[in-house]
Design a protein around this ligand. Sequence first.
Ligand code: PMP
Length: 753
Amino acid sequence: MLERLDEPVPRLAEDAIAALLREQYGVDGPLRRLAGERDLNHAVGGDYVLKVQNATDGEDVIEMSSLAIAELVRRDPELPIAHIVPTRTGALWHPVTDAAGRTCFARLFTFLRGHHPGPDELDERGLYRWARVVARVGRGLRGFFHPAARYEIAWDIARAPAQRDGIETVPEGGREVVAAVLDRFETHVAPVLGGLRAQVVHNDMGRANVLVDDAGAVSGIIDFGDMTHTALVCDLAVAMADVLNGRADALDAAPAMIAGYRSITPLEHDEAAVLADLVAARLAITAVIMSKHVRADDVDVLDERDGAVDLLRTIDAFGFARFAEEIAAQAHGAAPVWRRRGDAELRRSRDRTFGPQTLSYDEPLHVVRGEGAYLIGADGRRYLDAYNNVPVVGHCHPEVVRATSAQMATLNTNTRYLNEAGVELAERLIASAPPGLDRVLFVNSGSEANDLALRIARQATGRRGALVTRFAYHGITAATFELSPESWQHASAPPDVALLDPPGGAHAELPHPSHPDVAAAVVALGGAGLAVTVVDGSFISDGMRGPAHGWIRRTATATHAHGGLYLADEVQAGFGRTGDALWSVAAADVAPDFITLGKPMGNGFPVAAVLTRSDLADPFIEATDYFSTFGGNTVAAAAGLAVLHVIETDGLVERARARGARLRTRLEELACRTPALGEVRCWGLMAGVDVLDDAGRPDAAGARRIVNALRQRGVLIGQTGPRGDVLKIRPPLIVTTEQLDLLVVELGAVLPS
Ligand code: PMP
């Protein structure tokens, strides 16, 4: 295969060239030699370029590129490509015999104005436009074929492994990295390459073959000599490798090229996954082939080789896995994260703008992406996210992303129009809810849902009082703050709220008194009377105390007996997390008057809702002309529908039950072995684990140490409970058994021995 590259450039004296031009083309003009790795190229006056192809290019190869050029001109006439000037007899090429007696083929092209850009010449816009042209050429060649496209060429990235035997020619310092790239290629790329979109591609749109005008716009594509049938994405990889080669800011410049290419040709998942490897493989090929060719006087070849080696070393220093992940994410359309502030600077800026708002973990986590059960840090590390109950079906679930993106691109508006999405979501929610709940009011957050339900309850009952558990959290609005003793700190309790002991009893040392049952709490409400009892069925803030079906039944029954309404806040425990049903309250077999939904409902897209009865909702809607601008907007509804669909089709409720059972077993085993862990309370994929000190007392500082140590080891959990001594574990419902086992193993590893 490599003979094709070793064959010297054709030799033809200038007078022979001039004669050829005159006789075959009727063209005259001063000749100027142009660069060419394999071919003999001359500018002819200011209008033409004569190209005498390398002797190894047979007539079939010449025919292929000539037909390809004709096809491109036809399909995308605006593309700046050199047209072929036919001979006097109408032929697109003409055979000549060079000074060494070899038969070569000559073609005359129209001259394209412009210059080859220097390595650092193109700005972001220029790179973006360059890659758009690459994609347009690929698009223009779609479906084109010629038997010669099957010929093997060494510059085809798919053939990178063939360069192994030339590694020794690469200067020291570059060999190791070239070898590592080829190793990665064989394990990561070779097995999937055959399954990628393939077609005839230009395969050489680097700086040597593309001209730009003074504004940096592509003004010419001049060489079709490396065309081959290979994976389409190789075209982008070649352009990236050859354009970024030699740039000081190569990594920062890459995103513009990816974005430009994507703007014409979005990449498929598997293409995105191997793009970085293909870029690196092209650089490795360049390093080896140029090393073989190198002659001390050939500055261009030396520069290209050294640029390729330098860029590979830059990538290596950055971390190849991290580079590959970044490139893949950008190829999927993610914003680049490379030009980011350092963590310390970002932290200062956050403090300056957000004030002292809490950050999780002693060493705050700088996250740039989420994927399934993982959050990905700016350090490129993957963190198993067992804390976040928002991404119930996993971070960035493709179906939710697709549904919301498609809806965003189609229509996003409020609920005061007729539209399917919101109505369908409401119908599905009603169908899933306990009997009697026949109204859905969409809002944007759990806080809003609880706030709205409180207003409805107050209007319906004519009373103001509310009961919540001792350390509950129900939101940030003025009204829901009053329902959230967790947030009161040492402020005095609001007048219309009384506290109930959670299941398992209240901790005596808390500042605000609580009551053992509804009857006692209603007495404490005094004249306000009972409008509503608001209960998170998992009692997360109270230290994760669910399931407590008996407690819930007693409390709901007593609430109703006192003329109050019962609100099941499913912001935490809803959407299948308990492994029993979609709504945790269903397991307790009570008839709630309200179910409020939030966090997981849109898997990260803000959407929330109040499910209630028409006899409660309708008078309120009429009296207040109820309307929420963003609540239940079309994109939010698309998100909600996608989440329900994934939960249903993937059987995530059942999965939460099975995985939750395993989590419980593993946690209990660990707790039995270690005095630092006390009671384990699990309900589906929601767990609370008490942390104890040496004397067996609740140990908030110990819990904090564990949570932070786990974060350092790549596992994210939280802390909860009135004393902060409870480990809070809430992985997404798609978590795998292996991930749960890893979580428990890591937890075991950070416990005091
Ligand atoms: N209710 C419960 C039980 C919650 O846990 C939360 C949030 N942690 C809320 C309501 C408030 O939801 P949001 O933050 O979406 O307003």
